[in-house]
Design a protein around this ligand. Structure first.
Ligand SMILES: NC(=O)c1ccc[n+]([C@@H]2O[C@H](COP(=O)([O-])OP(=O)(O)OC[C@H]3O[C@@H](n4cnc5c(N)ncnc54)[C@H](OP(=O)(O)O)[C@@H]3O)[C@@H](O)[C@H]2O)c1
Length: 246
């Protein structure tokens, strides 16, 4: 009997929030996972421990994806620990809200370097190093379609991710690598709740037709589908996972 090789996934920004949930879900799906973090080492190690406690395989790897060398380090680690990489989840991202007139260069540069630069280098490294039949899943946001005041730079970085997703899907099709993005609506993580009052958070939850805020596991389920065999014919798409709010 021939054994099916374990699929290997890199999840960027996996120490908390949506990335932590994705790592645990992909491990439950049978994948070995590179759990990336930039600052939150103990949280990333806790994600690895939870995966191992469930019988899965994972390693925590520090890398700043805004740093040009960061993504390559993650591929190096995945290849050394598990023999190759099949799935890249470009999840890490930051959000700094301010009207365009009040946005300073440091905020612009940080968001562009992380949300766009990190995803660009992830896509480039993935195009070069993922095994044939692999998957690239990146993160946009449903705010791309809302044009809300204060979201100018953040939404622009995510719109750029969507454009690159459509184009890279056409470039990698011949190698059976699919390229898609998930665009969540509000998900109850630090990125969403920081800086908002309890009343604001509750009001946003009530705006969602399904009656509550999104949870990280709601998004991890969508990534599991895109990373798995049943999604092969889904390519170059943006999945708006937002409870129907937009
Ligand atoms: N939550 C929402 O409502 C929502 C909605 C739409 C889209 N999204 C998108 O979903 C993704 C995940 O968001 P989240 O809500 O889970 O955010 P979160 O709870 O703030 O977690 C962000 C994660 O990214 C990591 N990270 C940040 N900068 C990094 C860098 N330079 N290099 C490596 N890792 C880095 C953080 O790790 P460290 O702590 O170790 O730095 C953390 O693990 C983001 O792309 C976000 O834009 C979120």
């Amino acid at each position: 009997m021939t054994s099916i090789p374990t699929r290997v996934a890199i999840v960027t920004g996996a120490s908390k929030g949506i990335g932590a949930a994705i790592s645990q879900r992909l491990a439950r799906d049978g994948m070995a996972v590179v759990v990336n973090y930039s600052r939150s080492r103990s949280e990333a190690e806790a994600v690895v421990s939870a995966i191992e406690a469930g019988g899965g395989k994972a390693i925590a790897v520090q890398a700043n994806i805004a740093d040009p060398a960061g993504i390559a380090m993650l591929f190096d680690a995945g290849e050394q620990a598990f023999g190759g990489v099949d799935i890249l989840v470009n999840n890490a991202g930051i959000m700094k809200l301010s009207p365009v007139a009040e946005t300073d260069d440091a905020s612009f540069d940080h968001q562009v370097a992380t949300n766009l630069g990190g995803v660009f280098r992830g896509m480039r490294e993935g195009a070069r190093r993922l095994r044939d039949g692999g998957r690239i899943i990146s993160f946009s946001s449903s705010v791309v379609g809302l044009y809300q005041p204060g979201y100018g730079v953040y939404a622009a970085t995510k719109a750029a991710v969507e454009a690159m997703t459509h184009i890279l899907a056409k470039e990698l099709g011949a190698r059976r690598i699919t390229v898609n993005a998930v665009a969540p609506g509000p998900v109850e993580t630090a990125l969403f709740t920081d800086g908002k009052s309890a009343a604001q958070i509750e009001a946003i939850g009530k705006m969602i037709p399904l009656g509550r805020l999104g949870q990280s596991d709601d998004i991890a389920g969508v990534v599991s589908f895109l990373a798995g065999p049943d999604s092969f014919w889904v390519n170059g798409q943006i999945i708006r996972a937002n409870g129907g709010v937009i």
